[in-house]
Design a protein around this ligand. Structure first.
Ligand SMILES: Nc1ncnc2c1ncn2[C@@H]1O[C@H](COP(=O)(O)OP(=O)(O)OP(=O)(O)O)[C@@H](O)[C@H]1O
Ligand SMILES: O=C(O)C1=C[C@@H](O)[C@@H](O)[C@H](O)C1
Ligand SMILES: [Mg+2]
Length: 172
């Protein structure tokens, strides 16, 4: 069985969907952000604060490689920016992986992130008014990388269960 990679913008539901997919399929779930936190013993927020984003992107690339090179079956939830740095987007196309972009609109992302931004360093200090414009621009820049995924699932107006079903159809 190929490793399943879920990717997409912050708040698109990678961690939530991966956890639910894991319960149904019995395939273990690994969250790339959590793996980095465990390895460094620091939160993502602390890594950004203490060492800066470039250092985080290096750790992220190394952890991504480590996870896809292991022989274990797994569902891997990437960080929101993982495909956009260090040529990670090219790894999404490997034959031994199934990569799935969870595609959410600007409105869906804004509504999910606006009250839940403190653990996300890129938006933590932003006023609500500037957040929507930031998400719109950022998503536009990042879509090029996200679109390298082998599959795309639109998550707007879908429940967690519906999105999990959409993914199961891709895997069937
Ligand atoms: N239909 C849905 N599918 C997925 N998540 C949903 C849905 N409806 C609401 N949510 C909520 O949206 C949020 C999605 O956040 P989640 O942490 O899963 O995203 P993420 O893509 O892992 O973000 P990050 O890149 O910041 O780790 C959660 O609070 C989740 O409960
Ligand atoms: O979108 C991003 O660049 C990020 C998303 C999170 O998952 C974390 O990986 C970190 O906060 C950076
Ligand atoms: Mg997550």
């Amino acid at each position: 069985m190929k490793k399943i990679i879920l990717l997409g913008y912050m708040g698109c539901g990678k961690s939530t969907i991966a956890q639910n997919l894991s319960k149904i399929t019995n395939i273990p779930f690994l969250d790339l952000d959590n793996c980095i936190e465990k390895k460094t013993n620091l939160s993502i927020k602390e890594i950004f604060e203490k060492h800066g984003e470039i250092y985080f992107r290096k750790l992220e690339h190394e952890m991504f490689l480590e996870l896809i090179q292991s022989s274990e079956n797994s569902i891997i939830g990437l960080g929101g920016g993982t495909p956009c740095y260090a040529n990670n987007h090219l790894l999404l196309q490997r034959d031994d992986l199934t990569s799935i972009y969870l595609k959410a609109s600007i409105d869906t992302l804004y509504n999910r992130l606006v009250h839940n931004k403190s653990k996300r360093p890129l938006i933590a200090n932003m006023e609500e008014e500037e957040m929507k414009e930031f998400i719109a621009k950022h998503l536009f820049d990042r879509s090029f990388y996200y679109n390298h995924a082998q599959h795309k699932v639109v998550v707007d107006n879908r429940t967690v269960d519906e999105t999990v079903q959409d993914i199961l159809e891709i895997l069937a």
